[in-house]
Design a protein around this ligand. Structure first.
Ligand code: GRF
Length: 299
């Protein structure tokens, strides 16, 4: 179970849905830069440990040091920002590298920063939405992990649009945080096993996914002590394999045994681009599946 801290500054409705819909993670700390943030009282009433400080009185570096110390006390692995209205320092981001996520009320990369709904309306956008993204040094610029779209209705004001987007936020954030907290193997398993007639077996000691007795994915963690954590998938052939190895050598590697048959290993350490990993696993299934399954509509 991944241990999550939520940071907020205000009412905390996203934090509440993260707590109430927690799956595969547990909210073990709720922290705020405002002592009177309503979200803090809600969490405290549910016996969730809280830390409510005044960012204004302490200043950023003392505030962040206190939050990090409390996170360490509670063995926090992931920080979820939910309406936390302060910029994090690069030291803070580095201390939790790759393990901080945020929800932002726009379809990033559109409308970073504040007044997202007013700007979407002023631009005459037909749709708006929200994004969950990784937090980096740059404001609202880390990789998008998931998005949800809503229609802009005639007569919308920033407030009516914000209320519609907020409902979408509440559906999106717990789902994306749960995915983010899954182990890479569980995530591959979830993708692979929803493909038609997919089965999991152990092959050469590794979790391996088959369709009609043909392998299409194998997760390898330090296989033969090579120090790599990868999922091996088929490519359409040695041309595509060579192209992938050539253009993104940090992501793709040549797997032992399966390499000569045109497979690649996709790196799963850090924060892989899951949309692309999932697409490659599904594509590999297509390359392995018998004609009858492809004719029946494929994946
Ligand atoms: C949400 O709209 C969120 O997207 C933004 O701040 C707002 C926080 O609302 N980052 P709440 O405190 O979760 O109710």
């Amino acid at each position: 179970m991944t241990r999550v801290a939520v940071l907020l500054s205000g009412r905390g409705s996203n934090m509440m849905t993260l707590v109430e819909q927690a799956r595969g993670y547990q909210v073990v700390l709720v922290a705020s830069d405002r002592p009177d943030a309503p979200g803090i009282a809600w969490a405290a009433a549910r016996d969730i440990p809280t830390l409510a400080l005044s960012g204004r009185d302490l200043g950023r570096s003392k505030l962040e040091a206190a939050i990090l110390a409390k996170c360490a006390d509670h063995r926090v692995q992931v920080i979820a920002l939910a309406g936390y209205m302060r910029l994090l320092s690069s030291d803070f981001v580095a201390a939790m590298e790759g393990a901080i996520v945020n929800i932002h009320p726009s379809l990033l990369p559109l409308y970073k920063g504040l007044d997202t709904h007013g700007r979407a309306l002023a631009a005459g956008d037909a749709e708006a939405g929200c994004s969950v993204h990784l937090v980096t040094d740059e404001l609202d610029a880390g990789r998008v992990l998931g998005q949800s779209r809503v229609a802009v209705e005639p007569g919308d004001t920033p407030d009516t649009l914000a209320a519609r987007v907020l409902r979408a936020e509440h559906a999106l954030y717990p789902r994306i945080l749960a995915e983010f907290c899954m182990s890479p193997l569980d995530r591959i398993r979830a993708v692979a096993l929803q493909l038609p007639e997919a089965e999991e077996r152990i092959s050469h000691g590794q979790p391996t996914f088959f369709v009609a007795d043909r392998q299409f994915a194998q997760v390898r963690d330090d296989h033969h002590g090579d120090g790599r954590h990868v999922v091996c998938v088929r490519t359409s052939g040695t041309d595509e394999q060579a192209m992938l190895l050539d253009t993104a050598p940090e992501t793709y590697s040549l797997p032992a045994h399966l390499g000569p048959a045109g497979w690649v290993g996709i790196d799963l350490s850090g924060n892989p681009d899951w949309a692309s990993v999932e697409d490659r696993v599904a594509h590999s299934w297509e390359l392995a599946a018998p004609a009858r399954l492809l004719e029946a509509g494929g994946r």
